[in-house]
Design a protein around this ligand. Structure first.
Ligand code: ATP
Ligand code: MG
Length: 443
């Protein structure tokens, strides 16, 4: 098979340099996988027989970013590249880190320690050869996530791998191979040892997929969701009024998340978490106060998963505000109170995107046309508030009368309006000294 995507020049330069120095070097992992799928890779990872110190010696700007795992980051003018020495990690004692990182000069050993077959293909751009010991190309065609080697063994080495399987399924729109999926429930004890920071990173990548629901549902089915996001797992089977909702709270959350804009992590998180308060607040088919309860649950959950304070604040605010309503009868004062209640006009765009995602995951008869009207009213109010008036000028009628030595009369108003026109064109003219000088020119 030919790699159809043009390899970024920096990656090719690095591989040539390593080979000229007598080492083996290949592209590997995500960039080969994505190229074979016809996508343009975001990052180009290189694997080599050279030891980290040898790699560092060959390049001017080399940063040892993961020296214990053999990774050196090379900075070139067209970007940065991770160069990792061939490894074979045989023993994992704690389910998180290989006890002994063993460098090797055997590319086959390096491919064998990688997680999934589709991630374990190496490519030599000089010869256009693929090294595909684990039938990764077949799995790419079958759209399958399958471990390299026996799933049970590979998952017991590193408890993050089951979550990565679900993440890749979502990211690539693949299925998880039956044997691989069946090995997850037995690996949950190892999964529990993984640090939350690593879950955080996988969750973010999953939420950037076209349909995060694919990965999240695999997590639910295999028991991972109960460990990583128990609050969401608690929504499974929580029924809602059927006239609005064809789905339980869990599926509604997943479909809302899918419907949120793919490139807006904040809204995707808010969509996934907006109804987390429902299980606790359920009374029949009503969920009184679930927005506020959900905001508290979301805050705890996001702190646990080590999201930044900023991101947590934004998402919590959206969850707390997601039940807003609007009526054309609202006065402008009511619109202003609404803006204040949701934490300022800056939060309006994401809140509306959340509402649209929420409604898309309900029965299709509700519509969101009122958002257009509410947006127009907000725009007008903001424009009015920001508009400059004569009274915002840094001079007043008294200044004009005094400077020009004229009595009260229409001339004062004319000069004020004229100054306002100038300031509207050029806001930095609105300084007292500047305006006094301008006034003199009216003499
Ligand atoms: P993405 O495009 O999302 O970055 P990727 O395949 O590059 O996907 P990374 O998490 O960046 O994924 O990892 C790079 C490569 O390192 C993988 O393709 C895989 O070969 C290997 N790898 C990463 N994490 C593990 C792990 N936990 N166990 C085994 N191999 C791993
Ligand atoms: Mg990567």
């Amino acid at each position: 098979m030919k790699i159809t995507v043009n390899i970024k020049t920096g990656a090719e330069t690095i591989i040539k340099t390593l080979k000229l120095a007598g080492f083996q070097a290949y592209l590997v992992g995500g960039c080969v996988r994505d190229s074979l799928l016809g996508k343009t890779p975001i990052e180009w990872d290189i694997t080599t027989s050279a030891r980290p110190e040898e790699v560092s010696r060959l390049f001017k700007k080399a940063i040892p970013t993961g020296i214990e795992y053999g990774t050196v980051t090379i900075l070139l003018t067209d970007g940065q590249y991770e160069v990792t020495t061939f490894r074979s990690d045989e023993k994992y004692v704690d389910g998180r880190h290989p006890a002994n990182v063993h460098f090797t000069t055997d590319i086959h050993a390096d491919l064998a320690r990688r997680d999934f077959t589709v991630n374990a293909i190496a490519y030599d751009p000089a010869t256009d050869q693929l090294i595909d010991d684990h039938a990764g190309q077949t799995d790419l065609k079958k759209k399958l996530i399958r471990t390299v080697g026996a799933a049970t063994a590979r998952f017991s080495e590193d408890g993050l791998r089951p979550v990565r399987a679900c993440r890749f399924a979502a990211q690539l729109g693949f299925e998880i191979d039956n044997a691989t999926l069946a090995a997850i429930p037995g690996s949950l004890a190892t999964v529990k040892k993984v640090s939350v920071e690593r879950f955080h990173d996988e969750l973010i990548k999953m939420l950037a997929a076209a349909k995060p629901s694919i990965g999240l549902e695999y997590m639910r089915r295999s028991g991972l969701l109960e460990i990583v996001l128990p609050e969401l797992n608690a929504c499974v089977g929580v029924e809602q009024p059927p006239e609005f909702h064809p789905h339980d709270v869990y599926w509604h959350s997943l479909y809302s998340c899918d419907a949120a804009p793919q490139d807006n992590l904040t809204v995707r998180l808010a969509a996934l978490f907006h109804d987390l308060g429902k299980p606790a607040c359920k009374e029949g088919f009503t969920f009184y106060n679930h927005d506020k309860v959900g905001a508290e649950i979301t805050e705890r959950l996001m702190r646990r998963l080590k999201f930044s304070n900023d991101e947590t604040g934004r998402v919590v605010n959206l969850v707390a505000s997601h039940m807003f309503d609007y009526s054309a009868k609202w006065s402008d004062a009511a619109v202003r109170r609404f803006i204040r209640r949701i934490g300022g006009v800056g939060n309006v765009p994401n809140l509306f995107l959340l509402r649209q995602a929420d409604v898309q995951a309900m029965r299709q008869n509700i519509g969101t046309d009122y958002l257009v009207e509410l947006q127009a009213r907000i725009d007008r109010i903001i424009a009015d508030e920001n508009a400059l008036h004569v009274k915002n000028l840094k001079v007043n009628g008294q200044d004009i009368m005094r400077t020009l030595g004229i009595p009260p009369g229409p001339k004062v108003g004319q000069v004020l309006n004229d100054l306002l026109e100038k300031v509207l064109d050029e806001p930095n003219l609105n300084e007292r000294e500047t305006l006094l000088k301008l006034i003199r020119s009216y003499a």
